[in-house]
Write a protein that binds this ligand. Structure first.
Ligand SMILES: *Cc1c(COP(=O)(O)O)cnc(C)c1O
Length: 386
């Protein structure tokens, strides 16, 4: 990846993995829509044998992803959750895994309904450094799983301090960096061992692909993850990899636009009399504003807020918006709105949701890159109906 080392990320997203096609000079990469490859004699090939193992379009995407997280290796998988699955499976069964208590609903479900049978899973509040240290020394985990900022409470954990603590006790650290994208946060540079993204979100950015990726520097661990993927099967199709390569080219301009709109909207909501509280890392009122400024290069496009009101009023508000689409997921160019308690976090038990603060009046926005005044007008007219 050294070729791209000195480029800014806004250039890397366009050029890394983007060399013209050797055969034709085509500026845009071909989609190698093939399952298999001809060999000149048994075992003699050009590095590609079967698309579950390798595919040239996917290889290009991996080259770009490694470059933008400044990693030696990147592995593209069929979904964010399959990336997560491979990381868990790369840890010896029976090990203890410490997981942040406010992770993405699907990650929570993966640990609490599948992997709790083969691993000792401990959920803790990873924003509490003393608790993290006590849990690591008491339970000797092999892996600590961070998401920062979290979904939907936008809690921020100190990646640098936790990764260095983990290293001291020979525990690997992984950061789910989906919310910030490589444009606003680079966990490997803060000391984490592995970075995970759901490419479905900001990396692809157009809500038309499911995909995941892992970036890391440890060659042995990368080989283990690749072997697991090749043996278990969750690879991404060449066409989807091509779409992500295409979407990724505008990551820098998209992230700037998401953030610009989100900051304006967060301020608008914070000053609105029908809103109880707003959570956005770019607002001084965010409980970890200082830490956010230190470890992130921006505050992203996700906003969580509490309406003054009950479930009925939240539903009224959610069904009154016109530009925002009521839908799960996030990170696309279009603005989305959702109700975590009923939608994305329904798999988190009600008692746990209550403990975390995911109440019935909590609403999550994925702010798109439309005209900001249009978005604010839309929210304003929907708030009037509450
Ligand atoms: C969506 C998401 C995932 C899961 O990714 P999929 O591509 O849906 O499998 C994991 N972590 C976070 C933070 C997410 O938002």
């Amino acid at each position: 990846m050294s070729k791209y080392k000195d480029m800014d990320i806004s250039s890397k997203v366009i050029h890394a993995g983007g060399h013209p096609d050797k055969e034709t000079g085509a500026i845009m990469p071909p989609i190698y829509q093939t399952s298999t490859y001809a060999q000149s004699s048994p075992g003699v090939h050009k590095g590609y044998e079967y698309t579950r193992s390798h595919n040239p379009t996917r290889t290009r995407l991996e080259e770009c992803l490694a470059a933008i997280e400044n990693a030696k290796y990147a592995l593209v998988t069929a979904s964010g959750i399959s990336s997560a699955m491979l990381v868990v499976q790369s840890i010896p069964p029976g090990s203890t895994i410490v997981v942040g208590d406010d992770v993405y609903g699907g990650t929570y479900r993966m640990f609490s309904t599948i992997f709790h049978e083969t691993y000792n899973i401990i959920f803790i509040d990873t924003t509490d450094l003393k608790l993290v240290e006590k849990t690591i020394t008491d339970h000797k985990p092999k892996l600590i799983w961070l998401e920062s900022p979290t979904n939907p409470m936008l809690k921020i954990s100190d990646i640098r301090k936790i990764s260095s603590l983990a290293k001291k006790y020979k525990c690997k650290s992984i950061v789910d960096n989906t919310f910030m994208s490589p444009y606003f946060q680079n966990p490997l540079e803060l000391g984490a061992d592995i970075v995970l993204h759901s490419m479905t979100k900001f990396i692809n950015g157009h809500s038309d692909v499911i995909g995941g990726c892992l970036m890391l520097n440890d060659k042995k661990h990368y080989q283990k993850l690749w072997t697991l993927q090749n043996s278990l099967g969750p690879t991404q199709s060449p066409f989807d990899s091509w779409l992500v390569l295409r979407g990724l080219k505008t990551l820098a301009v998209r992230m700037e636009a998401h953030q610009k709109n989100a900051l304006k909207i967060a301020k608008f909501l914070e000053s609105h009399n029908k809103v109880e509280r707003v959570l956005y890392p770019g607002l001084k009122s965010h409980p970890s504003y200082k830490l956010a400024k230190k470890q992130m290069k921006g505050s992203g496009g996700m906003i969580t807020f509490f309406l003054k009101g009950n479930l009925g009023q939240s539903k009224k508000f959610l069904s009154s918006v016109k530009i925002f689409s009521l839908a799960e997921s996030l990170g696309g160019v279009e603005s989305l709105i959702e109700h975590p308690a009923i939608m994305t976090h329904a798999s988190v038990p009600a008692s746990v949701r209550k403990e975390l603060g995911i109440h019935d009046n909590l609403i999550r926005l994925s702010v798109g890159i439309e005209n900001c005044d249009d978005l604010i007008k839309d929210l304003e007219q929907a708030l009037k109906k509450v």
